[in-house]
Design a protein around this ligand. Structure first.
Ligand code: HEM
Length: 354
């Protein structure tokens, strides 16, 4: 039933389908997509199995051949890619994980302090917005706050004019060559803007930190806020029952490559097959409220290193929102187009009616 297109939608965009909860939980939760030429796995048990089994390897995230043909300067991008733990296995993977873990621990206090300061600075402005005035919660509030947070995590200052939220799309193998070219040029500009005294390693690692956080964090937090408002209509932000955990993730899927012939559910998978794991499936059910799932942060050896920090950041947001005695009505949410990996709400039109 899930082969090819359904509801007129391409399987590339299954993660954007409003009714996908039912599709995710339709047995056996694994099928081969002729359109994507890869296995689609939506059954949470099979996803867990694939994440913990050494028969599944990481993809290389190497898009250089196409770009080279377009004459794009790939020097910086290839150096940045070397710092992605989710593109490595074995000893190099262990070294990169350790480096990220140490970096995140070192930056945590400073990230949380910059978040608190930024939220404090924006509270009055939020309280002063006229009743019934429409504004974009993402561009007016979420984006500037997140630029501070991600900048502080990457040990740099991210000016508003740098579209850093485009950078993680670099990891998407389906984006258009033009968008990839724009992202590479943006990365080249960011690398050039770092202080001269920084080592090459500091510059490239900092870009890798941005790539891993600049979509996952703002999108998961924004989607969770929107979902909470949807589930508890009519309440003031200060009276909402804010979930301790994120209810939605902005990274609905990840991919693996089959390293040796293996079996997943009822199917035999061959070495070299590509596998798409819909990690949001366990948090989305048909006709049920969304709920937190540990799969949002992956399980196994590539489990997210930024999970604890992300949860602490979400806790600061809930603390902040719990002190805003206003009722926010969501008018429209539009997600980024031309995006085949993230669910990224780049416009959230709202108004306060109290
Ligand atoms: C709500 C926010 C976040 C979500 C939902 C999230 C989710 C994930 C997921 C699903 C993976 C596995 C990727 C894969 O195997 O292909 C991952 C890996 C990773 N994440 Fe996060 N992440 C978040 C925030 C962050 C932040 C803030 C950082 C900090 C830089 C971070 C750093 C990492 C790193 C280093 C890995 C690679 C781990 C490895 O391969 O061993 N994440 N994340």
């Amino acid at each position: 039933m899930l082969d090819g297109n359904y509801n007129g939608m391409t399987e590339y965009l299954l993660q954007k389908e409003p009714q996908r909860g039912a599709i995710y939980h339709y047995p056996p939760g694994i099928w081969f997509s002729d359109e994507l030429k890869r296995w689609m796995v939506t059954c949470p048990q099979l996803i867990r199995q694939a994440m913990s089994d050494r028969a599944f390897d990481v993809p290389a995230f190497d898009f250089s051949p196409v770009m080279r043909k377009m004459g794009v300067d790939l020097h910086h991008v290839e150096e940045i890619r070397k710092w992605f733990p989710m593109a490595e296995e074995g000893e190099r993977h262990a070294i990169l994980r350790e480096k990220f873990a140490r970096h995140i621990t070192q930056q945590t206090a400073c990230v949380l302090k910059s978040l608190e300061d930024e939220l404090d600075a924006r509270k009055l402005a939020l309280l002063k917005i006229d009743r019934e005035e429409e504004f974009c919660f993402y561009s007016y509030f979420m984006r500037p706050v997140m630029l501070k947070v991600i900048g502080s995590l990457a040990n740099t200052r991210l000016p508003e004019e740098f579209a850093v939220e485009m950078i993680p799309q670099f990891l998407d193998d389906a984006i258009s060559p033009m968008r990839r070219k724009t992202i590479i040029e943006l990365l080249n500009n960011i690398v050039s803007a770092f202080p001269n005294k920084w080592t090459q390693e500091q510059k490239y690692f900092s870009c890798a930190v941005i790539a891993l956080s600049a979509n996952t964090l703002p999108s998961s937090i924004s989607l969770t806020i929107v979902e909470t408002l949807h589930l508890q209509p009519g309440r003031l932000l200060s009276e909402m029952d804010w979930s301790a955990d994120l209810l939605r993730t902005g990274l609905p899927l990840i991919e693996k490559i089959v390293a040796r012939d293996t079996v997943l559910g009822p199917f035999e998978l061959k070495k070299g097959d590509r596998v798409r794991l819909f990690i949001e499936a366990d948090g989305l059910f048909p006709d049920q409220h969304p709920r937190y799932s540990d799969l949002f942060f992956a399980v196994g050896s590539h489990k997210c290193v930024g999970m604890n920090l992300s949860r602490q950041i979400w806790a600061k947001f809930t603390e902040f929102l719990s002190a805003i005695p206003r009722r926010m009505v969501v008018l429209d949410v539009s997600e980024r187009t031309g995006d085949y990996v993230f669910n990224y709400p780049q416009s959230i039109k709202v108004r306060f009616d109290v």
